[in-house]
Design a protein around this ligand. Structure first.
Ligand code: SF4
Ligand code: SF4
Length: 399
């Protein structure tokens, strides 16, 4: 993303939406609405002084609510652009309140509360839709107690915990007492491959099996106190280069076991906050109640909420799951029914990272046929050679 942000021939428009679209392949016309961020992209250097002085603290979406951010903030480390943005819903600079701290602390005069946003008209040769996915809301499966029990987390929350720059700096903690859990249950297919009332989607979310295997291996590396991890699964889907070998390696970890069965419920002990998982092991036929300190729900992927509006503007239908429809007549997952509009990643259905990357390359190659004739020469920045006759200098290179 940083490379794309620095490329002289790529313009990234964040905090923007497509509001109007017409024309045909090679000659589309689009209107983009750029929402106000109240901080100038040209002037802000991302120094962060305003963040220090902002008095408002709210949950950080990027940390899945486990961390905090200010009302003026950068969405995440290495965001492109790194320009900060003001969350007007929580900001105290309103009709009746008078905070102006960020304005006063910004030496660059980058803050403008009167920013009206902008409408931009573009002539376009072709389009690639890459809207990503949303995460299944685990509170919909009430029998697992997500949102009710402190120690039932989702795979996204565990992912942030495992991250060295995340809210726990890479440590696994049990939310109820902030101790390292000794026994963790991983429950697969939460919101995927479902049947019945609390089912979620019928399709397989494709990446959660391997993600759970990877998380178990990482938890083992990060926390030596772990005594037991159990993955409850329907069947292990390890289709991808090297995935089966990785899964086989995980079978050699003594603390990790796989139990074939979909738990019927999780019950919390209100005093200790420990969890009991009720499950039938379908390989042995044994019905068990197994105690854990923490449970991680492998929530599935659902279609992005933004697909509906975008599909209407682009004139493309959605399928029954809310993903954009592809056109089978081309025999490729990259074509939409509208010539000149291509699709990749989770916009058309759930894909893992490697498939999304391959589709992105394929869609770019297809899209190029309408823009190749107006190819823009890459602007190369000329860097003059250093004068080595001056006084000695010290270079400091980070990462
Ligand atoms: S708005 Fe100003 S103070 Fe805040 S990060 Fe940007 S340059 Fe720094
Ligand atoms: S004006 Fe808003 S964003 Fe700026 S410091 Fe005050 S509360 Fe924070």
């Amino acid at each position: 993303m940083l490379d794309a942000g620095r490329h002289p021939n790529i313009e990234i428009m964040t905090h923007s939406e497509l509001t109007y679209f017409e024309g045909k392949a090679g000659n589309f016309r689009a209107t983009i609405k750029r929402h106000p961020r109240y901080v100038s992209e040209e002037l802000c250097t991302g120094c962060g002084q305003c963040v220090e002085d902002c008095p408002v603290v709210v949950p950080n979406d990027f940390e899945v609510g486990m961390g905090a951010r200010k009302a003026i903030y950068s969405p995440f480390a290495q965001a492109v652009p790194y320009t900060h943005i003001i969350d007007r819903e929580n900001c105290l600079n309103g009709e009746f309140l008078v905070c102006n701290n960020c304005v006063n602390s910004c030496d660059r005069n980058a803050i403008n509360f009167d920013d009206p946003g902008e409408e931009i008209n573009l002539d376009i040769g072709s389009v690639i839709v890459a809207t990503g996915f949303d995460v299944y809301d685990a509170t919909a499966i009430s029998s697992y107690g997500y949102g009710l029990y402190d120690n039932v987390l989702t795979n996204m929350e565990l992912e942030r915990m495992l991250n060295a720059s995340g809210p726990t700096r890479g440590h696994i903690i049990r939310p109820s007492d902030r101790k390292v859990p000794k026994k963790i249950a991983f429950i697969q297919c939460v919101g995927s491959r479902g049947e019945g009332k609390e089912a979620g989607c019928q399709y397989c979310s494709r990446f959660c099996c391997m993600n759970a295997v990877k998380d178990c291996m990482l938890v083992k590396q990060h926390e030596s106190e772990i005594e037991e991890m159990a993955v409850f699964y329907i069947d292990m889907r390890a289709a991808g280069k090297g995935f089966e070998e990785f899964y086989q390696r995980s079978l050699e970890v003594p603390e990790l076991k796989y139990i074939r069965g979909r738990p019927s419920k999780i019950v919390e002990d209100p005093k200790t906050k420990d969890l009991t998982v009720y499950v039938e092991d379908v390989e042995t036929g044994k019905i068990g109640r197994i105690k854990f300190d923490m449970a991680v729900l492998s929530t599935g992927a659902i279609a992005s909420k933004s697909n509906k509006k975008l599909a209407e503007v682009l004139g493309i239908d959605l399928d029954e799951n809310g993903f954009l429809k592809t056109d089978a007549k081309y025999g490729s997952p990259l074509h939409t029914p509208r010539e000149g509009i291509y699709i990749c990643g989770c916009a058309a259905g759930v894909n893992d990272i490697s498939d999304s990357v391959a589709q992105g390359s394929g869609a770019a190659a297809e899209a190029e046929k309408y823009v190749a004739k107006v190819r823009i020469e890459e602007v190369k920045e000329e860097i003059p050679p250093l004068d080595i006759n001056g006084p000695p200098r010290i270079g400091v290179f980070i990462c």
